[in-house]
Design a protein around this ligand. Sequence first.
Ligand code: PLP
Length: 492
Amino acid sequence: MRKPQQTPAQATTPYIDALLGYRTRGMVAFHTPGHKLGKGAPPIMREVFGAALLAVDVAMAGGVEDTRESTGLVRRAEDLAAAAWGGERCFFLVNGSTSGIHSLLLGLAGPGDGVILPRNAHKSVQAALIFSGAVPHYVEPTIDPLWGIPLNVPAERVAAAVAAHPESKAVFVVSPSSNGVCAALDAIAGVAHQGGLPLVVDQAWGPHLRFCSRLPLDAMSAGADAMVTSVHKLISGLTQSSAIVARGERLGLQRLESVVKMTQSTSPQALIYASIDAARAQMATQGEQLWSRAVDNAEWLRARLAPLEGVRVLSDEVLGQDGVADLDRTRVTVSAAGLGVTGYELETALRDDYGIAVEAADPLNVLLNVTYGDSHDDVALFAAAMTDLAARRRGARPLHGAALPANWPRFTRQVMTPRDAFFARSEAVPVEHTAGRVSAEMVAPYPPGIPIVAPGEEISDEIAAYLSEAAARAMHVHGPEDLTLKTLRVVS
Ligand SMILES: Cc1ncc(COP(=O)(O)O)c(C=O)c1O
């Protein structure tokens, strides 16, 4: 797939250059933060972060002599990013794609407005619905029974939702999914636009897509009106760095800008901005070679894992399944269920026995990100670890339903809006007695942070049983007040 040509201006990095300039000038700082360029920082901070980093930990206003409102330095860096990612406008974010999702939904839909959403959307969507008062009209993704993960949403199902809810304000999809499974974004953009709706894509897991011809189609090339991408997830941004990229044909860029400001700190971390600036330039100028190397390493790893008995790797067999247009092959989902090992056990074994830290684990699988930051030796270490593990566990009984409920319970009914349910009078009820009640809370196993139940949804027997089992197995969840899941708040 040919990727857009980038301009020579993409080699420039105005924001990080300004930060460097600030350090070089050796200013006396009477501004935040209180550690004053590291001079007052406790020794442990100096040891861990280094003097060079603390010397550029400055607030934007006093520090880099720029604010969004003044010299336009941030805007210059954002404009370069907008061009690189294929939009008209970009907004740098310091609180991850989470805050981008809040901004986009708040900007597009208010109380009572409908939004077409995939049921596998990240948990941040639920917060956005509570903030805005919007009403979700869900499109169900197919859940792959073998892998126990949501795949993606087919364009036909999105079309049916648009036809059923023509008064909606936007279509929202997640692509790639957290396992790298990509939706047919061009077809979905067609469906949304035919219905007169903007398409917003959660491309948290796709900041790299636009920069290498061996990676799937990116949201803006597919015709999306806006996307949010986590610069920190797969390219070189510091943790929490993220960006919204938008074009103004179907959504108001000025309104978007004002909601972005509402959801961001008034003291954005300059290091985060600088890292977005540098990461964007790195991708625009070297993305093709860097990611080509990552794809080669990932393919090599896939080929090494394929023959191991009891080990499976999510690969091309998902292509062509309901809702799946492509797979980012640098995201490597691995299961050792055939060796009797759950995803959580595999994560622990890899960490404790082989010194390998994975991106995520779920009941059946672990997930690896292979990027340009990995050497061939790194992926070879993983291949060797899995080969050793497979040899040690040869003959072990495969998992059959022994893992946590691998299949996601089916979505039931939205009985109240998420906001109404969240603010309604509620009571904490033992999870085993919640069937038939309306949830006032979200429960999202983390990772991947996709809610099993969300505020305003009816709790089915299947969901109640899932929650009870999750509680018994001390599953790690986000959302409910009682994180042990002994009780759940339901609407009184
Ligand atoms: C699909 C998806 N969207 C959004 C987010 C939120 O991204 P961030 O961690 O940058 O806030 C995540 C986080 O894991 C995610 O998986």
